[in-house]
Design a protein around this ligand. Structure first.
Ligand SMILES: *Cc1c(COP(=O)(O)O)cnc(C)c1O
Ligand code: SF4
Length: 344
């Protein structure tokens, strides 16, 4: 196996990859559990558990993300986020397939309307990484719109409701749309006068950083709509190499950039880890926005951290960090009018 690739300096490898384009990076993402183990020099006896975990929600890890994992460490915090395990098949009380009531909030194909003033479009049917804790891991993406014409019912709904000032593109990952498809969707949203802001929720700047290229930034910067980018990093080790550079490109382009994280057992349930994550983000000009309590989606119970522990962590961060480095600790409760703050 090409050990030299794993051992090469992160920057060298990333430059070569970036020159070949992000679609290529996506196509080259690791999908084979045995290959993941070999690359990380992990014992093959993990394979059976991985294969059963991956049965319903397959393994998917871009190579850029893999390069930020520690070789030979089965407890690596980045690996744990993407490692399928047999525990995912165990049922857990209170865990369901539609953990946050997405089905009930569907107002038109692909459009969720839960909160005043903003709607969310499931703009893409896929992700570049499969995060094992994902609350949309069972989402029926094949029912979401694909062609621009399929979006018309949702767009007509937004046109009818002049209280909607912000459209969120989420998914799946909206940055997996090509620039031309994204541009056509954004152009169409721009025709609705009461929409002022376009928010993108994407994990690509973290897991597939070469997606953050000039044409994408131009597309967002030249829109009539104020763009806002919300990225998703959970651990400071993610903010390295090509990811760090992608975040710098975003911030220096002037697009307000926020981060949301999910509180995950054995990944970021220590104050030192969350503090270091916040430090790295704010040093780049990325503002910590939310620390989400885990949504109780079937297959993710092994990531749960108690609300009480979460509150302790936030209290600790408050003692240690500058005020704007503290994310809001929230839970999504079905039927609530906003994300629900969990702090005392
Ligand atoms: C989380 C979410 C939003 C955004 O909520 P903010 O608190 O504004 O970040 C919007 N729509 C839906 C359906 C959501 O789940
Ligand atoms: S990138 Fe986001 S939507 Fe996609 S699997 Fe990860 S958490 Fe879920």
């Amino acid at each position: 196996m090409p050990r030299t690739l794993v051992a090469a300096p992160v920057e060298t490898v990333d430059k070569a990859r970036s020159a070949r384009g992000w679609q290529r990076s996506l196509a080259e993402a690791i999908r084979d559990p045995a290959e993941l183990l070999a690359r990380l020099e992990l014992p093959p006896d993990l394979l059976a558990s991985m294969k059963s975990g991956a049965d319903e929600f397959p393994l998917l890890v871009p190579r850029s993300y893999l390069r930020r994992m520690r070789i030979g460490d089965a407890r690596d915090p980045l690996l744990l986020q993407v490692l399928p395990v047999a525990e995912e098949l165990e049922g857990a009380a209170g865990y369901s397939r539609d953990a946050v009531g997405d089905e009930a909030a569907l107002r038109a194909p692909g459009m969720l309307h839960k909160y005043q003033g903003r709607v969310l479009l499931i703009a893409a049917r896929q992700c570049a990484v499969h995060c094992r804790y994902c609350f949309r891991r069972h989402y029926p993406y094949d029912e979401a719109p694909a062609a621009l014409a399929d979006w018309e019912p949702a767009l007509a709904e937004i046109e009818r409701d002049s209280s909607i000032h912000e459209v969120l593109l989420s998914g799946g990952d909206p940055l997996l749309l090509s620039n031309s498809r994204l541009a056509r969707l954004v152009d169409r949203i721009e025709t609705i006068p009461h929409v002022r802001r376009l928010r993108l929720h994407s994990r690509l700047p973290i897991v597939l950083p070469d997606r953050v290229e000039g044409p994408l930034i131009d597309l967002l910067k030249t829109s009539r709509l104020q763009p806002i980018m919300v990225v998703h990093a959970n651990h400071p080790n993610e903010i390295r190499g090509d990811c760090l550079e992608a975040l710098q490109r975003l911030v220096s382009s002037g697009i307000p950039t926020l981060n949301q994280s999910v509180l995950l057992r054995a990944v970021n349930d220590e104050a030192d880890v969350l503090a270091e994550l916040s430090e790295r983000l704010i040093n780049l000009g990325v503002i910590p926005y939310y620390l989400h309590q885990l949504d109780r989606v079937q297959g993710a119970a092994h990531f749960e951290v108690s609300d009480e522990r979460g509150r302790e962590l936030i209290t600790d961060l408050r003692r240690r960090l500058t005020g704007y480095a503290i994310p809001r600790f929230v839970r999504e409760i079905e039927g609530a009018e906003s994300k629900t703050p969990l702090e005392a």
